[in-house]
Design a protein around this ligand. Structure first.
Ligand SMILES: NC(=O)c1ccc[n+]([C@@H]2O[C@H](COP(=O)([O-])OP(=O)(O)OC[C@H]3O[C@@H](n4cnc5c(N)ncnc54)[C@H](O)[C@@H]3O)[C@@H](O)[C@H]2O)c1
Ligand SMILES: [Zn+2]
Length: 691
């Protein structure tokens, strides 16, 4: 891969992870890996400044504003922090500070880096008026009502205090979910069959962005404050401000410390490396800040972060463990995942203590990974966990191998759930159980797919509830959902034991739950055909493909009766998809399945969208767009093009007439268009073509 390709790849991936992290509150990779990739991109961009892409994540704050809340411009931009995982870079930072201050004496304040989301709280005449997220640093989401649910945030400051009379001031802090609330919330979610969050940070982020502030209040969020801002100069040092805020009743964590030099800072880092796990909330490092406010002003800011502060992040903790056994899990698609069953070196079945939690299992991904690590049962292995993400086995401690009896790991030939013989396709890492229709986790997986937001959108059902329905024999495939009644559901319950804590948990269907489930199922009968088509789960027919098929063929019978060639004439339907559809309908079981759903009342024909003809201005011209637009959602833009006689195509080619470029365009489309000399136009230019 050449530098340009690598830069494009990193940019795209990092933007994707940012979106998942800040908007969806999901971490698909560990923070450490994210930061490594970001550093790699920064280095490449410094080396090849010309290759830096417009949408690079390196020169802006990671988040965005959403459409769900009013957006508010920050009076003072909310930036990120430069971060490092190593001590040498801290020494370099200190060196830059020393140089920047031309020999003046200086001090640092060290604080813990709390892992939640940044909050800005504005007070006017001493009254709390607004709580806003960081957003893109310039504008954030107005989540005032949600912030107000935090009991430790004063709604009014003591009128006698110095700051109470300021026209306006701002407090910055970190909103977080204490571990205890996080555990309770996840237990609730699981009991209700809803999805749980991978870590407390993501749970906090998701909770702050809920629409229903009564639900937010139930979650038990909290916040620590760590910054005071105003137009007037009230405090001359950070230390003074922390003490004053504390005295005014703001929730300042007592864990901060003044450090007279970088050696002091190192000692603080060492002190909290272990101790932080005894705190009631997640931390991922420490923040080192210059104490003097005047000196901060001297050093200033980069586009993304202050020059007077830096975050030191703790590396993922790694510990030895004994590999007791390997067990095998069967996923929704039939993929087999080997799991390491772990214990501590005393072998007392208590697992190991890693980053504040007990770990007894870790994913081994697939047979290749077992081979790569050279694992044997009984081995001493290293286990690592970063940012509360799933722990992983990183290596075998070979020096200990001869001390114990170890055994070869024999990969199973049959499915541990249903006994079917496993298959492994050429070039694929995973083994699969081919028994799609008889293997319990696969059946449950199909039902989960069916109720998905983009399919039948039955959000009153979830993993836990489906498992219960399956276990009780009430739902064996999705057609059974439409036979459920109040009587069948009411009072169902299931007792589970938490593997790690041994805690007993009960899932029970009470009146309200049952009503919600039945309502959700009833409503799904109105879900449009394209979503039904996605929901029935034909291989390779994802949500987008289903949409294309639905609008091209209009109803299920046309799709069923189409032969391979006819299918190929539909836009974006390639060989693999066409083949898969043909095979699907050749199977009698599938035909019966669809008839049952049709009888249940599901939509198997597209409601005709009435296409208005506005003009023929665009006749004979082809269009493609990239990015987001001020005046149109994607669908509306497509409609506009078609209503004026134009045609929307699926990819950049030499035949494309116009690429409409919006905000945050995709880099690959732009590059290809440049290469092929395709005319690129802005949203305004496109609008002008219509007049
Ligand atoms: N895993 C993923 O997929 C993924 C994706 C995007 C970002 N991330 C992580 O998020 C990081 C970037 O996030 P970021 O820009 O919010 O930076 P950051 O979280 O590393 O640092 C800045 C933030 O720290 C917080 N903070 C906590 N305690 C603080 C204190 N005492 N003083 C000042 N600030 C404090 C503030 O909210 C501030 O906005 C990345 O470096 C990465 O680790 C992970
Ligand atoms: Zn199976």
């Amino acid at each position: 891969m050449n530098p340009a390709e690598r830069i494009a790849e990193l940019t795209e991936k990092l933007n994707y992870y940012n979106q998942r992290y800040y908007v969806d509150s999901v971490s698909e990779i560990s923070d450490q890996n994210f930061d490594l990739m970001l550093k790699e991109l920064e280095n490449l961009e410094t080396q090849y400044p010309d290759l830096k892409l417009l949408e690079s994540p390196t020169h802006r704050v990671g988040g965005t504003v959403t459409k769900n809340f009013a957006s508010v411009e920050h009076r003072y931009p909310m930036l990120s922090l430069a971060n490092t995982y190593n001590e040498q870079e801290l020494i370099d930072f200190d060196e830059r500070v020393r140089k920047g201050l031309n020999g003046e004496a200086y001090e640092y304040i060290c604080e813990l880096k709390f892992d939640g989301i940044s909050l800005s709280m504005t007070y006017e005449n001493g009254i709390f008026v607004r709580g806003v997220t960081r957003g893109d640093g310039v504008r954030g989401d107005d989540i005032t009502n949600n912030v107000k649910t935090i009991k430790t945030i004063p709604l009014k400051v003591n009128p006698k205090s110095q700051i109470a009379n300021l026209l306006s001031f701002e407090i910055r802090g970190e909103g977080f979910l204490p571990y205890s609330s996080f555990e309770k919330m996840n237990a609730d979610a699981e009991a209700a069959g809803e999805e749980s969050y991978a870590n407390a940070r993501n749970a906090a982020s998701g909770s702050f962005k809920l629409q229903d502030s009564a639900e937010v209040a139930r979650r038990g969020l909290d916040a620590y404050v760590y910054q005071f801002l105003s137009d007037e100069e009230i405090f001359s040092t950070h230390e003074e401000s922390l003490i004053a805020l504390k005295n005014l009743g703001f929730n300042v964590s007592p864990t901060w410390q003044k450090c007279s030099d970088i050696q002091d800072v190192m000692a603080y880092i060492k002190l909290w490396d272990e101790k932080r796990f005894s705190l009631p909330l997640a931390t991922d490092g420490i923040v080192i800040k210059l104490n003097s406010i005047a000196q901060r002003a001297e050093l200033g800011y980069t586009a993304k972060s202050p020059r007077w502060a830096i975050a030191y992040k703790y590396k993922a903790e790694s510990k030895p463990a004994i590999l007791k056994a390997v067990t095998y899990q069967v996923g929704r698609t039939g993929a087999i995942t080997p799991v390491a069953e772990l214990d501590n070196e005393k072998r007392n079945n208590k697992g190991i203590h890693l980053s504040g939690t007990t770990v007894k299992r870790a994913s081994l991904h697939n047979a290749n990974e077992i081979e790569r690590l050279g694992l044997r049962i009984g081995d001493t292995v290293f286990v690592e966990k970063g940012g509360e993400i799933i722990p992983k086995v990183t290596a075998v401690d070979l020096s200990k191998r001869d001390m114990f009896n170890t055994q070869e790991i024999v990969y199973p030939t049959n499915c541990p759930e249903c006994g079917a013989e496993l298959t492994r396709k050429e070039g694929e890492a995973n083994h699969y159980c081919p028994n799609e229709k008889g293997c319990p986790p696969q059946i449950r997986g199909k039902i989960e797919h069916f109720i998905h937001r983009k399919a039948m959108n039955i959000d009153s059902l979830g993993e836990g509830k489906i498992e219960l329905l399956y276990d009780k024999g009430l739902v064996r495939d999705v057609t059974d959902l439409y036979d459920l009644t109040y009587e069948k559901l009411f009072g169902l319950e299931k007792i589970t034991e938490d593997e790690v804590t041994g805690k007993i948990r009960k899932i029970g269907f009470k009146e309200k739950t049952v009503q919600n489930i039945l309502e959700g199922i009833e409503k799904s009968k109105q879900v449009p055909f394209k979503q039904v088509l996605f929901g029935i789960g034909i291989r390779y027919v994802g949500a987008t493909v289903a949409e294309k098929l639905a609008s091209f063929f209009k109803n299920i019978d046309n799709i069923k009766n189409a032969d391979y060639e006819t299918l190929r004439t539909a836009p974006e339907i390639g060989d693999k998809i066409a083949q898969s559809i043909v095979e699907y309908f050749q199977n009698d079981d599938n035909q019966i399945f669809i008839e049952k759903l049709r009888l249940a009342g599901l939509q198997f024909a597209a409601q005709d969208e009435i296409k208005e003809i506005e003009s023929d201005q665009l006749t004979g011209k082809t269009f493609l767009y990239t990015g987001t637009f001020e005046n149109f959602e994607r669908e509306a833009l497509e409609q506009k093009i078609e209503a004026n006689g134009g045609k929307v195509v699926s990819g950049v080619s030499g035949k494309l007439d116009f690429l409409i470029v919006g905000e945050k365009p995709g880099s690959s489309k732009i590059e290809k268009a440049k290469k092929l000399n395709v005319t690129m136009i802005s949203e305004e230019e496109f609008m002008a073509m219509l007049n």
